[in-house]
Design a protein around this ligand. Structure first.
Ligand code: GTP
Ligand code: MG
Length: 382
């Protein structure tokens, strides 16, 4: 048996099912030696596009013939199961080449392997199908003929990179903050749909920032529940210091107040020492409106009146968060720079064009196109 290449096609430990590809002239022999079919024995020769249920290395798998000299083993997605499948292949044939997927953040394939939501994955697939390549080509042509059109298209592309491209893998950070006992932890739990944070009637319950990943309208978001902000000492003061640090890194802040409390605290950057954040990053929430009479529920303030307990108007908060994070979502099929390297080049090209440095701009766009091309070759090579 010879000439076998084994490639795990799915990123390690991320899916319920993993796919291990075996290709080469000895691939069918690997299947015949290691695979135990549920029913009839495997045929002597592979039959294209057929699949069989059975076991491989002790685990239940599906074996599929995808092309001549190419088959796939679909097994449980756990890392150990995949390793067992590979070990079993190595036991039957020591001259196997194991290929692994490139898995570092600057690699073109990395975002697609790690896309946390369908929406971000579909943006990446648009780029794979050439959305960014075509837009870069159009902009390059326009730099020479209609520079003002090139400038506006490039500015839009750079904005998509900064606003969206940076978060196709890494979630936005949204911090839930406010005075003690306002219902911050309850709100986090309501937003994610399960009891992630401890809730209690005692003010000062949450100490360390507690984070949880979720998605709003298909955009990946990491929510942080924080200690209630007030003058405190000891352990609570340490929790408050951590909360302030979190606030400074936030992409958006939800400031929760208790609508039934006589002293409603309006978000004040001075109070929480969040100097670098623009006012537009704040969303003010008046929680616990279920405890107010109907006439007082929607007093005219800029706050969103809601109830973490009943879920009333939670959707309004989600829409407000999404609008803060992605004010101009890219339409389906739009070009979006999708790796740190591409985002950086396109942002610099945009700056160069705005300063009439045409040759620098052209050079950077050329560079970005080469990068994008290399990425698409990697993906289609799979
Ligand atoms: N009626 C009502 N009670 C709520 C609501 N949200 C929270 N509570 C109650 O308010 C109390 C405090 O809730 P938490 O979610 O622990 O408040 P917190 O802001 O996280 O408090 P700390 O962590 O101590 O800062 C608990 O008794 C909750 O059950 C709400 O929308 N309606
Ligand atoms: Mg809490």
């Amino acid at each position: 048996m010879s000439d076998i290449v084994v490639t795990p096609l799915t990123p390690p430990g991320r899916g319920a099912i993993a796919v291990v590809e075996v290709r080469g002239s000895g691939a069918w022999e690997v299947a015949r030696q290691g695979f135990r079919p549920r029913g009839q024995p495997l045929p002597d020769q592979p039959e294209l596009h057929r699949f069989w249920l059975g076991t491989f290395a002790g685990d239940e798998v599906i074996l599929a013939v995808t092309a001549s000299q190419r088959l796939e083993i679909h097994c449980h997605g756990g890392r150990r199961v995949v390793q067992r499948v590979i070990d079993q292949i190595l036991n039957t044939c020591p001259h196997v080449v194991i290929e692994s997927l490139q898995d570092n953040p600057d690699d073109g394939l990395y975002p697609l392997l790690h896309a946390p939501t369908l929406r971000t994955a579909s943006i990446l697939l648009d780029q794979w199908q050439g959305a960014l390549a075509e837009e870069l080509q159009r902009i390059q042509d326009a730099v020479d003929t209609t520079p003002h059109k090139a400038a506006s298209a490039l500015a839009r592309l750079a904005e998509f990179g900064e606003r969206v491209g940076k978060h196709l893998v890494e979630p936005w950070q949204v911090v839930i903050a406010g005075p003690p006992n306002a219902g911050k932890s309850s709100l986090v739990n309501a937003l994610v749909g399960y009891q992630r944070s401890v809730v209690s009637a005692v003010p000062g319950t949450t100490r360390d920032p507690v984070s949880v990943c979720t998605a709003f309208e298909g955009w990946p978001v990491e929510l942080f529940d924080t200690a209630g902000l007030r003058d405190a000492s000891g352990l609570e003061a340490e929790g408050i210091a951590l909360a302030r640090r979190r606030l400074q890194q936030a992409d958006a802040i939800v400031w929760v107040t208790d609508a039934t409390s006589p002293e409603t605290v309006v978000p004040d950057p001075e109070t929480v020492a969040v100097v670098p954040l623009p006012a537009s990053a704040w969303i003010w929430v008046r929680n616990k409106v279920d405890r107010l009479p109907a006439s007082q529920r929607h007093e005219p303030t800029t706050a969103i009146a809601l109830s973490a307990k009943t879920g009333e108007h939670l959707g309004q908060l989600i829409s407000a968060i999404v609008t803060r994070l992605v004010p101009h979502p890219p339409p389906p099929g739009a070009a979006v720079p999708y790796t740190p390297g591409l985002i950086e080049r396109i942002s610099r090209a945009n700056k160069a064009l705005s300063e009439n440095q045409f040759s620098v701009c052209r050079q950077l766009l050329d560079d970005a196109r080469r990068w994008d091309q290399a990425y698409r070759t990697t993906v289609s090579g799979l």
